[in-house]
Design a protein around this ligand. Structure first.
Ligand code: GL4
Length: 806
């Protein structure tokens, strides 16, 4: 094995060295003098310096991979929810101490610099953030890998509240140049759409009616310790004919730019739907754009490295993040058959040996389908190949008709992805069981070894080291820093749970994070909570199945009880919400309005003010999560059992010492197993019970009638107590809760309310609470995305890390 030396400069440069190099980038790179530089100029200079420091590990990794002829992993995803990069780069390059000093020498405020960076929101929620955590772990584990995504001009919309209602504003992260990317004008592909297919000498020839150019922008992703960097390659769409000079010269000045506008539409905006599919033609075009650009690129590199297509499964593994890039099956077959002359069987075997698919949801509205008419019009050759794959699978397995890819004139992308994948994985133990038993039950019977589980994880570098430096200092002082790369070492904290001094330290760290949050984020909302209050946090997309409605109804019920006994011994609580609703999801938007209306009323009540407050800061995103999660005492993971595939926020809270109130859903099940049932506030129906309950006629009405707290809370909403006396403001929401309630807010309400009172009781005993918090941290090691990626490497990709080092 060839061993590469780690570049000397990335090994802990001195503060003076950093200082000089920042000045160099500011003056020579930005063309600014220190006297006239704005905060953004400084940020650009520092970011460019850090990007420069990533180039040696980036190229060393490439060289080592090539020299060893190692297998490469490609992660195809329509979403990468990156957030900010600067703070993460400083941490992973191990520059924190020296950089702090250098910034002090330059008179710069680190927080102000970090806050100046736009939050790259190229994703909706968990699925996109998982992809970003995976990229970081792949680099930290020295796995040769590349991410492929779309360089959306506009990421997820920014959220504002107007009279409590969500208003969406276009996001514009690329308005200012992105200092992290390397534009690769030479790495481009032509992507065809529409047109027709012709048969020439027995071979299919696709003549696309439209063509666009995909152009690569590379972001280096640096791993922990700065020894290895992989690339996240984001594709931008450009016109094949840049500008119609004839039309311009003929006086049609606007029409001349039409090809440009049309092509660029493909990478213009991220679809703002999470777990719901729009079924729009542009979305299909975006999915094909990403997949085709990635596969051409991957095959080009593979052929120049290995030359022999038969080596595909041995030399590369491609992971499809949900069905969004599932057109990869037919596209890879098309390239192998139509462009490289392979027969169907060979092409199918090579594709299946290379592709794998992760399922991220069971919600029926999220399972992608396209009409055969649309697929045939946008991708005529792919439609033919899909029919061939389907017929071949039917013939080779003798499967029943209702299991196929094409049914009722719809192309089912889940079935397509399953049939074309070597391995299919779910994202938590419970979810994988449900994948086997429900959506893919028939296919699972035909291919019993195909479905495997890989429980999600999150990177402790961003979610602990970067987000929670005060807690990290305490941990480092107690057990050293080795846990950062090997999160199981947090187990070493278990004995400290019994140590009053450690628990005191833990309490002080949490208090520090809570004070900062109260001052900076909640203060802007006019909420001034007592840091002694329970910080009770629910942050995630707003969706009925996640049951933010149950949480706010609990707040109303509690408020009413406090009112009845204002001198009671109540445990003070501040309920914090964060999250966006899909712009077209009317009920979710109604829940947002209700939370804001209830907050406005409760926060202005002098009688209950010292016991209960509600805060809903707008525009929840990755950087807000980094501030909220370390300050949380209580993590709300209260989805209807069987609906949340995994969750990943739940893991971030646990490793930051929040206790969970939650259902037996997704990865909550495994979190509870790891931290211990006594250190987790469990409530609610199980997935099996929830299925039965939802099918029981009149379940909601019966549950409401049996619960005085819930009935009273709903009554107050119905009377207009939170909507200026307007009783009908929430008519539809109430009507649905009484008469339908598919996500069982009513059936689980009393159990939830009771679990919250158990939380109150536990919080009264600080030593006991802190002991539980310490054990949550100590036992959270399993939820590192390093463990998840090791699982993918061993069970799905069959790749080894590549040696590189001193
Ligand atoms: C999701 C799931 O809803 C979420 O539970 C899971 O943690 C995440 C990553 O696997 O994927 N599926 C979709 S779609 N969006 C998600 O966030």
């Amino acid at each position: 094995m060839i061993i590469f030396k780690r570049p000397v400069l990335t090994q802990f440069p001195s503060a003076q060295d950093l200082h000089d190099r920042i000045l160099h980038h500011l003056t020579r790179g930005q063309g600014r003098s220190p006297e006239t530089a704005s905060i953004s100029d400084w940020r650009m200079a520092i970011s460019h310096l850090l990007r420069e420091m990533m180039t040696d590990p980036l190229m060393a990794a490439q060289r080592a991979t090539q020299e060893q002829g190692a297998k490469r992993v490609y992660y195809l995803s329509m979403e990468f929810l990156i957030g900010r990069t600067l703070g993460d780069a400083i941490i992973n390059l191990r520059l924190d101490g020296a950089m702090d000093e250098a910034l002090a020498m330059l008179g710069l405020d680190k927080r102000e610099l970090l806050e100046d960076e736009p939050d790259a929101a190229l994703g909706n929620g968990g699925l996109g953030r998982l992809a970003a955590c995976f990229m970081e772990s792949l680099s930290s584990l020295q796995c040769p890998a590349m991410g492929h995504g779309i360089r959306y001009e506009h990421g997820l919309f920014r959220q504002r509240f107007d009279s409590g209602q969500q208003v969406e504003i276009a996001e514009d992260w690329l308005d200012r140049p992105n200092p992290w990317e390397f534009p690769r004008a030479d790495d481009s592909s032509r992507i065809g759409f529409k047109g027709h297919v012709e048969e020439v000498d027995g071979r299919a020839v696709w003549h696309p009616g439209e063509t666009v150019i995909a152009r690569a922008h590379d972001l280096p992703v640096i791993g922990w310790n700065g020894g290895w960097a992989n690339t996240l390659r984001l594709w931008g769409a450009h016109p094949a004919v840049p500008f119609d000079l004839h039309r311009f010269n003929a006086g049609d000045h606007i029409g001349a730019a039409e090809p440009e506008v049309l092509a660029r539409t493909l990478s213009r905006v991220l679809y703002p739907d999470d777990t719901t599919e729009a079924g729009k033609e542009l979305r299909l075009c975006q999915e094909y754009f990403l997949t085709a650009a990635a596969l051409q690129d991957i095959l080009r590199r593979f052929l120049s490295e290995h030359g022999d297509l038969r080596l595909l499964p041995e030399k590369l593994a491609i992971q499809l993040n949900d069905t969004h890039p599932a057109i990869a099956g037919p596209e890879l077959m098309r390239l192998l058959m139509d462009e490289h002359g392979l027969g169907f069987d060979k092409a199918r075997n090579l594709a299946r040996g290379t592709l794998n698919y992760t399922n991220h949801t069971l919600l029926p509205e999220a399972l992608e389908t396209w009409s055969t008419w649309l697929m045939g019009r946008v991708l005529p050759r792919h439609m033919q190949i899909i029919e061939m794959i389907d017929a071949d699978h039917r013939a080779s397995t003798g499967r029943p008709d209702h299991v196929g890819i094409v049914r009722h004139d719809q192309v089912h992308m889940g079935e397509l992805a399953f049939i074309m994948a070597g391995k299919v994985n779910g994202v938590s133990a419970l979810h994988t069981d449900l994948v086997r038993d429900t959506v893919f039950a028939d296919l699972h019977k035909l291919h019993p070894d195909r479905i495997v589980n890989q429980t999600n994880g999150v990177t402790p570098r961003r979610w602990m080291r970067l987000a929670n430096p005060v807690l990290v200092r305490l941990i480092d002082e107690s057990i050293g820093t080795g846990w950062t790369a090997d999160l199981d070492q947090l187990r070493g904290l278990e004995p400290f749970a019994e140590d009053p001094a450690f628990r005191e330290g833990l309490r002080a760290a949490k208090r520090c994070n809570k004070l900062w949050l109260a001052d900076h984020l909640l203060g802007d909302l006019g909420v001034k909570p007592d840091p002694e209050a329970i910080f009770d946090v629910q942050v995630k997309r707003i969706h009925e199945y996640k049951r933010q409605l149950m949480n706010i109804l609990e707040a109303i019920a509690l408020w009413r009880r406090i009112h009845d006994d204002p001198n009671g011994d109540w445990v003070p609580r501040v309920k914090i919400f964060g999250g966006k609703a899909a712009p077209g999801y009317w009920l979710a938007k109604t829940v947002i309005r209700l939370i804001n209306d209830v907050a406005a009323t409760i926060n202005n009540d002098p009688v209950t003010g010292k016991f209960l407050q509600i805060a809903y800061p707008p525009n929840y995103n990755v950087s807000m999560a980094e501030k909220l999660i370390p300050a949380a005492d209580l993590s709300e993971q209260i989805s209807t059992a069987g609906k949340e595939a995994s969750g990943t926020g739940n893991m971030k809270f646990t490793m930051n010492g929040a206790l969970t109130i939650g259902t037996l859903d997704g990865a909550n099940v495994e979190i509870r197993e790891h931290v211990g049932a006594g250190n987790f506030f469990l409530f609610g129906l199980t997935a099996a019970e929830a299925g039965a309950e939802a099918a029981r006629p009149g379940h909601a009405r019966a549950a409401i009638e049996a619960s005085e707290d819930l009935r009273a809370a709903l009554q107050m909403v119905a009377e207009g107590r939170f909507s200026g006396g307007q009783g009908d403001a929430y008519f539809e929401l109430l009507d649905r809760t009484w008469n339908d309630d598919p996500f069982l807010v009513a059936s689980d309400f009393d159990a939830y309310f009771a679990a919250q009172r158990r939380v109150d009781a536990a919080y009264r005993d600080p030593a006991e609470w802190d002991r539980m918090a310490a054990l949550n941290i100590a036992r959270s090691g399993y939820f590192s995305s390093d463990r998840t990626i090791r699982g993918y490497m061993a069970d799905i990709w069959r790749v080894d890390p590549v040696g590189i080092g001193e």
